[in-house]
Design a protein around this ligand. Sequence first.
Ligand code: C5P
Length: 232
Amino acid sequence: AGSRPLAGKRVLVTAGGTMERLDPVRYITNDSSGKMGFAIAEAARDQGADVTLVCARTDGPPPAGLRLVKAESAEEMLEAVMVRLPETDAVVKAAAVADYRPAVRHESKMKKGASERLTLELVRNPDILQAIGEWRRQGSAAAVRGPFVVGFAAETNDVERNAVEKLSRKGCDLIVANDVSQEGAGFGTDTNAVQVYGAEGLVEALPLQSKRAVAERLWAIVRERAGWNGPQ
Ligand code: C5P
C-alpha cells in the first residue's frame, strides 16, 4: 500500500450543514463550516481512495480531485447517500444534518401577514446515519455487510455513554465525538479535538490538532478496524 493505503477503496464523505427551505429565498441551517468533512475527504483522496463528497452548505469551496455531489437538504442528502451505498466501502457522516425542516415548503416567497406573530411548524427529518445502519442490518442484495460506517456526534456531557449508545442505536462502526466544550474544537475552526468510540468504548482520544491531522488518524483507525491494512 505504501503512501496510498486507501488505493482501490471507494469512500463517501458528507460535509456541511443542510439547508431546509421555507420558501425560495428563506431557509434554516446551522453553523457547520464543512471543514472537518473536507479534511476527511482530502486525506482519503491523498491516500489513494476514490472519494465522493456529498456536500450541503459550506463556508468555502470543496476540495479538488474528488467526485462532488450537491445535496442541499437532509432529504436530498439521504437520497444521494443511499443510492451510492452498494458501491461504497466506507461512509463518513461529518455533515451537520438538521433534525427538523419546515412542514411546508412554499412555492413562492411568503408574504408578511397582518399578525405580529408567526408560528413555524417543523417536522422531523430522516436520520441518514440510522438509515444506513438499517440498510446494513437488512443485508443488501449482494449479501455483503455493506460499507464501514463512521458517524459524528457533538456531545457536551456523558460523552462516552452517549457516543456508545448512539453507535449502537444508529448501527455504525465508529463514532467521532466532538469535544464541543473545548476552545478551538468544532464549528468553523481549522483545529479539532475528538474522541473516537467503538462498540467497546473509547478507541482513541485525539488531542487538539489540525482537522487534517485528525482526518489522517481517523483513516488509520478505519483501515485497521476494517481490515484494510492487509497481512503484515
Ligand atoms: O443524533 P446526532 O445528530 O447527534 O448524530 C450525529 C450523527 O448522525 C452525524 O454523523 C450526523 O451526520 C448524523 N445524522 C444524520 N441524519 C440526521 C441527524 C444526524 O445522518 N437527521
